[in-house]
Design a protein around this ligand. Structure first.
Ligand code: 3UK
Length: 523
C-alpha cells in the first residue's frame, strides 16, 4: 500500500496519547510481574519523564538519549518520553560492557542517559571514557536524584514536540558480528510505517490480544513486537526482564498471553511444553532473528497446534520485510515481501536473477538503511535497493527461501554448500539439541564442512560412534557431499545477545586449531 504520512508526525502521539484522547485510557497497556499500567498511566509517566528530560536535564530536540534496562515498563516509559521530547532514543542491549558502550556513546554523540539502577556500573565506567555523556539519571533507584523522585515533582502534562515525520527518533545499533558498530537512523514515520505494513496484513492482532516475548527492546525486533505493534492496536504487552523458555512459559500462563515473539531456538526448547501451552490462550507465534528450520516449524505445530509466522527483518530495515501468515506458511520459506515492500534476488553487480537462482536478497520499501556517517552506507544501499547480507532463492510462485548469510556459504572441493541446510539435516536427528555448521580450512578441499553439535541429554553419547551415526544420517537426508567431515561435540554454542549463532567465533576457532579432523578421509 502507498502510505500517506503527514508532514508533521510524532510517533508517541500516535501510539500512546491517541488511545487516551479517544477514550481508551483505562485499557491495560504494560504488564509485568506484579504490575499493570493502563494507557493513561503510561502516558502520565512518559509525560513526567519528558518534563524531567527537558526541564531538569536540559534536553533539546535532536539530543540523543541512551536507554539502558532489561525489558520492563519503565524502559518503555522512558522510550516514549524521548519520543515526546523530540529526542533520539539509543536503546542498548542489557548485557553490553563498558568497552562496548563507549563506541555507542561516541558514534551516537549521546549526551543524555536514562539507566536502570541494576545496570548502572558499566555505564558509569563507559561515561568516564566518553565525556560526551553529560546528563544521567537512574530509575528503579531511591534518593532525591532518582528518576522516580524527579518524576514525582514533575507535571504529568506535556505537549509533545511537533516533530517532522522525517525527524530521526531512534538509532538502532547493529548487532554486528564483527567490526565497528554502526548506528542505523530511523524516523518517526518509519516507526509508523512498520506498524502499518506487517502487523495488519500478516499478524492481525487485536485490542484484546496480550503480547509477550523475549527480544530486548534495544533490538528492533523486540521494540516492534513488544511495544510498537501491541500499542498500535491498543493491546497489552508483557515485559519480562528475563525471558528464557521457563519465564516465557510462566508469563504466557500468568498473563494469558495470546501473541508470542521469540527466536527459533526458543521455540525449539518451548515445544517440549506443548501440552502446557495447549491449555493457554496462545494463538499467534512469530519467529525472527534467525532462519527458522523446517524441523522447528513442524515441531511447534505438532506440539502446540500453532503454525509459526516466520519473518526476516533487520536493524537496517527496522522490522520485518518478508514474511507470511498462518495460511501462507510453506516449509523452508520465509514467505513473500510484506505489503509495501519489494524484494528481488541479485548477482554481485546488482542484476536481477531469475527464479530458482541463488543470489543476494535486495529489498526496498517505506523503511530502509541510513547508517549514521558511515561509508558502509554506499555498499548497503545501491540504486535504491537495500542489499542484505543474505543468500536467498525465489521460487516460481514468488516465495523466498533462505539459504545462508552470504559469508556462510561453504565452498568445499568446488561444491557450494549452505551451512543452514546441513544444520537442518542434523537437527532432524533425535540426539541433536542444537548445532552449527561452518567451513573449516582444509588443504585439499579449500574448506570442509565442520559441525559443532550439542547433544540432547540422555539421547546418546559423544564419541566416534555418534560421529558416524550423524554423518550417515546427513548423507541419507541431503546430498551426500554435504555431510560434515568433521564433527565436534560442544556443551553450548556461541550466540549474540540477539540470539544469533556466532559462526565467526567457530570459524576463528577452526582457523586457529590444528585439531585433526575427527572423521574418515575422502570418500
Ligand atoms: C537474519 C533471518 C532468516 C538475516 C530483526 C526481525 O534480526 C533482525 O535484525 P538484525 O539486524 O539481523 C538481520 C539478519 O538476521 N535474520 C533475521 N530474521 C531472519 N534470517 N530468516 C529470518 N526470519 O541474516 C538478517 O539479514 O539483528 C528481525 C525484526 C527486526 C530485526 N531487527
Amino acid at each position: 500500500p502507498e502510505l500517506q504520512m503527514p508532514a508533521r508526525l510524532n510517533c508517541a502521539t500516535e501510539l500512546l496519547d491517541r488511545h487516551v484522547a479517544e477514550g481508551r485510557g483505562d485499557r491495560p497497556c504494560l504488564l509485568a510481574p506484579g504490575l499493570r499500567w493502563t494507557y493513561a498511566e503510561l502516558r502520565d509517566k512518559a509525560n513526567r519523564i519528558a518534563n524531567v528530560l527537558v526541564k531538569q536535564m536540559g534536553l533539546v530536540p535532536g539530543n540523543r538519549v541512551l536507554l539502558r534496562a532489561p525489558n520492563n515498563p519503565m524502559l518503555a516509559a522512558c522510550w516514549f518520553a524521548v519520543m515526546k521530547a523530540g529526542g533520539i532514543a539509543v536503546a542498548t542491549m542489557p548485557l553490553l560492557r563498558a568497552k562496548e558502550l563507549v563506541p555507542i556513546l561516541e558514534i551516537g554523540q549521546v549526551t543524555h542517559a536514562l539507566c536502570d539502577a541494576a545496570l548502572a556500573d558499566e555505564l558509569a565506567q563507559a561515561a568516564q571514557k566518553a565525556p560526551v555523556l553529560q546528563h544521567v539519571r537512574h530509575f528503579h533507584a531511591e534518593g532525591p536524584d532518582s528518576l522516580e523522585a524527579l518524576m514525582a515533582e514533575a507535571s504529568p502534562v506535556f505537549d509533545n514536540v511537533d516533530t517532522a515525520a522525517d525527524d530521526t527518533c531512534l538509532f538502532g545499533f547493529t548487532s554486528g558480528t564483527t567490526g565497528v558498530p554502526k548506528a542505523t537512523m530511523h524516523f518517526h514515520r518509519d516507526v509508523m510505517a512498520v506498524c502499518h505494513c506487517w502487523p495488519p496484513h500478516l499478524l492481525r492482532a487485536m485490542a484484546d490480544d496480550v503480547f509477550i516475548g523475549s527480544p530486548p527492546l534495544a533490538f528492533t525486533f523486540g521494540l516492534g513486537g513488544l511495544v510498537l505493534f501491541p500499542m498500535h492496536v491498543g493491546a497489552s504487552t508483557v515485559l519480562l526482564e528475563k525471558a528464557g523458555p521457563a519465564q516465557l512459559l510462566q508469563g504466557i500462563q500468568d498473563f494469558g498471553a495470546t501473541v508470542l515473539f521469540t527466536a527459533p531456538t526458543s521455540y525449539r526448547l518451548l515445544a517440549e511444553q506443548g501440552a502446557v501451552l495447549r491449555a493457554t490462550p496462545l494463538r499467534k507465534c512469530v519467529s525472527a532473528g534467525e532462519a527458522l528450520p523446517a524441523t522447528t516449524r513442524a515441531l511447534w505445530k505438532k506440539a502446540t497446534g500453532i503454525e509459526l509466522i516466520d519473518g526476516i527483518g533487520s536493524t537496517e530495515m527496522l522490522h520485518i520485510f518478508i514474511s507470511h501468515d498462518e495460511a501462507g506458511a510453506r516449509p523452508g520459506a520465509t514467505g513473500k515481501p510484506v505489503p509495501g515492500y519489494r524484494a528481488r534476488i541479485v548477482d554481485e553487480v546488482g542484476n536481477e536473477l531469475p527464479p530458482g537462482t541463488v543470489g543476494r536478497l535486495a529489498v526496498q520499501g517505506p523503511t530502509g538503511c541510513r547508517y549514521l556517517s558511515d561509508p558502509r552506507q554506499a555498499q548497503y544501499v545501491q540504486g535504491g535497493w537495500n542489499l542484505t547480507g543474505d543468500a536467498y532463492v525465489m521460487d516460481a510462485d514468488g516465495y523466498f527461501f533462505y539459504q545462508a548469510r552470504t559469508d556462510d556459504m561453504i565452498i568445499s572441493a568446488g561444491y557450494n554448500i549452505a551451512a543452514p541446510e546441513v544444520e537442518e539435516a542434523l537437527m532432524q536427528h533425535p540426539a541433536v539439541a542444537e548445532c552449527a555448521v561452518i567451513g573449516a580450512p582444509d588443504a585439499d578441499r579449500g574448506q570442509i564442512v565442520q559441525a559443532f553439535v550439542v547433544l540432547r541429554a540422555g539421547q546418546g553419547e559423544a564419541g566416534e560412534a555418534m560421529v558416524r551415526t550423524l554423518q550417515d544420517f546427513v548423507k541419507a537426508t541431503v546430498a551426500p557431499y554435504k555431510y560434515p567431515r568433521s564433527v565436534v561435540f560442544v556443551a553450548q554454542l556461541p550466540r549474540t545477545q540477539t540470539g544469533k549463532l556466532q559462526r565467526f567465533v567457530l570459524k576463528q576457532a577452526a582457523q586457529a586449531s590444528s585439531m585433526a579432523p575427527t572423521t574418515e578421509a575422502s570418500p
